[in-house]
Design a protein around this ligand. Structure first.
Ligand code: AMP
Ligand code: FES
Ligand code: ZN
Ligand code: ZN
Length: 288
C-alpha cells in the first residue's frame, strides 16, 4: 500500500490512513506538537527517562522539536532490571548529546525488595523524586513518556477497582503549584498509542530496554491494555474517544483537595507528613 501523502510504501495504517516512514514521523511529531502548543510548554523541561521505548520517543521528539530538555533517570535498585534500563537511557542521552542525571533511591534509604506492594511504593517514590528533581533544577515542567494506551488503561483499572478519586492526574497536563513546590507535569505522547511509540523508537534507532519490570509481570493493567488494543482493532479511534471522555469526567469532578505542606520535607502532601517521608521513615525503622 502507498502512503496517502506521497508515492512511497506505507509502513503503518492509522485510522484507515496509510503512512510512509517520513509521513508517520510527521504525524507523530504533530501529535506531540499539539500538546506542547495547547498547554504553552516552554522553558527547560525535565524529561523522565525509564530506559523504555516511550520515554525514549518522548525525549527524541522534544529534542527534534528544538525544546530545551534536561533528561534524568531514577535508579530504583531493582536487581538487574534497573541497571539494564539505566544503560539504555544513558546510551540514548549519549546519542542525542545530553548529560543524564541519575537519582539513586538508595541515597534516600529506599529499597523495594521487602515491600508487600512494590509497585505502589515505587509509584509514590517515582512521582516524588521526579517532582523534586524538576523543582531543584528549576525546570518549568516534568515530561513523562505516558502514552494514550497508558492513560486509558489507568482509567479503566481505577474504574475496575472502584477507585474513583484516582481518576485524577490522568490529563495530558497538570498545572504546577509553586507554594506547594509542585512542578507542572506534561505527557507529550498523550495522543499516541503503544504501537505508534514503538514504531517511532524503531524508525529512529533509539536504544531502549525490552525487559519488563520483574514486579509488574502479572499486573492486571497489562491484560487491560491488551484488551483495549484488541478493541481498537475493531473500533478505530475508540481509545482517543475514551481518553477524551475520561478527561472530561476528570474535569467535572475536580475540586480543590486539601493539600498541605509536608512537615518533614516541605513538598506537597495530603496529610501532615507526605507518603514519601512515611516510606523513608518505615524503611529507616526496618534497618535498625
Ligand atoms: P511507568 O510508570 O513505568 O509506566 O512509566 C511511565 C513514565 O514514567 C515513563 O515513560 C517515564 O517517563 C517515567 N519513568 C518511569 N520509570 C522511571 C525511572 N526509573 N526514572 C525516571 N523516569 C521514569
Ligand atoms: Fe516500579 Fe516496577 S518499575 S515496581
Ligand atoms: Zn509519505
Ligand atoms: Zn515529605
Amino acid at each position: 500500500m502507498k502512503c496517502r501523502y506521497c508515492s512511497r510504501e506505507a509502513i503503518e495504517i492509522i485510522n484507515g490512513k496509510a503512512y510512509c516512514e517520513e509521513h508517520f514521523s510527521k504525524y507523530f511529531l504533530g501529535k506531540v506538537r499539539s500538546i506542547i502548543d495547547k498547554f504553552n510548554i516552554k522553558g527547560e523541561i525535565a524529561v523522565a527517562l525509564s530506559g523504555g521505548k516511550d520515554s525514549a520517543a518522548c525525549l527524541h521528539a522534544l529534542h527534534s522539536m528544538g525544546m530545551e530538555v534536561k533528561p534524568f533517570y531514577i535508579n530504583l535498585r531493582i536487581p538487574s532490571y534497573s541497571e539494564a534500563c539505566e544503560k539504555k537511557a544513558a546510551q540514548l542521552c549519549d546519542m542525542l548529546g545530553y548529560e543524564m542525571k541519575v537519582i539513586d533511591v538508595a541515597e534516600y534509604g529506599i529499597s523495594l525488595e521487602k515491600e508487600r506492594k512494590p509497585c505502589s511504593t515505587c509509584g509514590t517514590v517515582k512521582r516524588y523524586l521526579m517532582n523534586k528533581f524538576a523543582f531543584d533544577e528549576k525546570c518549568t515542567c516534568v515530561a513523562t513518556g505516558h502514552n494514550l494506551s497508558d492513560a486509558v488503561t489507568f482509567a479503566f483499572n481505577n474504574l475496575a477497582n472502584v477507585n474513583i478519586l484516582n481518576f485524577r492526574g490522568n490529563k495530558p497536563y497538570l498545572e504546577g503549584k509553586e507554594e506547594y513546590r509542585m512542578v507542572a507535569k506534561v505527557k507529550p505522547l498523550y495522543w499516541l498509542k503503544d504501537k505508534e511509540c514503538m514504531l517511532y523508537t524503531i524508525i529512529n534507532n533509539l536504544p531502549f530496554a525490552e525487559e519488563e519490570c520483574p514486579y509488574s509481570i502479572n499486573a492486571p493493567t497489562l491484560k487491560i491494555k491488551d484488551w483495549l488494543h484488541a478493541l481498537e482493532g475493531e473500533w478505530p479511534n475508540i481509545m482517543v474517544n475514551l481518553a477524551k471522555s475520561f478527561w472530561r469526567l476528570e474535569e467535572m469532578m475536580e475540586k480543590e483537595t486539601n493539600i498541605n505542606i509536608c512537615k518533614k520535607c516541605g513538598f506537597a502532601s495530603y496529610g501532615s507528613i507526605c507518603k514519601f517521608c512515611k516510606i523513608r521513615a518505615k524503611m529507616e525503622k526496618q534497618e535498625k
